[in-house]
Ligand binder design. Structure first.
Ligand code: 13P
Length: 240
């Protein structure tokens, strides 16, 4: 069985509830009109934009960018599983580099989130990626670093998707070269038999070249996905 390509948009701290709804309506219409059936589309809005999209959403898997490993409780400023259940959200990003670096999420905390949300069967996009100083030390050091981020999670978990996002390529306009991506994804596939998405300055002009790489199973896109027309264009290009 050939896995479907996965294209995911991470809104990060962009879009309100109102603009998220407008975006998702346009995206659904686009997928219907183009009869796109061989790509799974995922969108990760900020949690304040969660809503009941059931009245129109037929095509898009809506996920959470982050949540605490609890159903509910005293965790000021955070959300729990109950808040995801209210909107039938069963997908979550775990280990994004912005969570790791800006919010100081440790691997221990990430492991707890992984254990908790996997115990409920969530689809988990688990993000890994090396900083520039590791990349500059070469491929073996890079793979060691990535393996270290993988070693404490259950790599056999059935709803696991990996996103390889080199930190130096996120939001910088510096995409990894096709050779870099090919090499890292090929090495990762020897370690883990799961879909592996690439993320980091993906845009319309490089999306097809990246998804054409053998061991790339999809894309996790930030900046270039926030405008609905740009995101539709990328889906269109990858679908060709
Ligand atoms: P950019 O596409 O803005 O580089 O962000 C990538 C990313 O972090 C997606 O999760």
């Amino acid at each position: 069985v050939v896995n479907k390509m996965i294209i995911a948009s991470n809104f990060k701290t962009n879009h309100t509830r109102k603009s998220t709804r407008e975006y998702l309506i346009k995206l659904n219409n686009f997928i219907s009109e183009k009869s796109i059936s061989n790509i799974d589309i995922m969108v990760f809005p900020p949690s304040v934009a969660f809503d009941n999209f059931k009245d129109f959403n037929k095509h898009i898997d809506i996920g959470a960018q982050n949540a605490y490993h609890t159903i509910r409780g005293s965790f000021t400023g955070d959300i729990g599983k109950e808040h995801l259940d209210e909107f039938n959200i069963n997908s979550i990003l775990i280990g994004h580099s912005e969570r790791r670096t800006i919010f100081n999420e440790t691997q221990d905390l990430i492991d707890l989130k992984f254990k908790f949300y996997s115990s409920y069967g969530f689809k988990i996009i688990y993000c890994i990626g090396e900083p520039l100083e590791i990349k500059e030390q070469g491929i073996e050091k890079t793979i060691d670093y990535l393996e270290n981020q993988l070693k404490s999670i259950d790599l056999d978990y059935k709803n696991l998707i990996i996103a390889y996002e080199p930190i130096w390529a996120i939001g910088t306009g510096k995409t990894a070269t096709l050779n870099d991506i090919d090499e890292v994804h090929t090495r990762l596939k020897n370690i883990i038999d799961k879909p592996i998405l690439y993320g980091g300055s993906v845009k319309a002009c490089n999306s097809k070249d990246i998804t054409d790489i053998k061991n790339v199973d999809g894309l996790l896109i930030g900046t270039a996905s926030w405008n609905i027309d740009d995101f539709c264009r990328i889906i269109d290009i990858v679908n060709l």
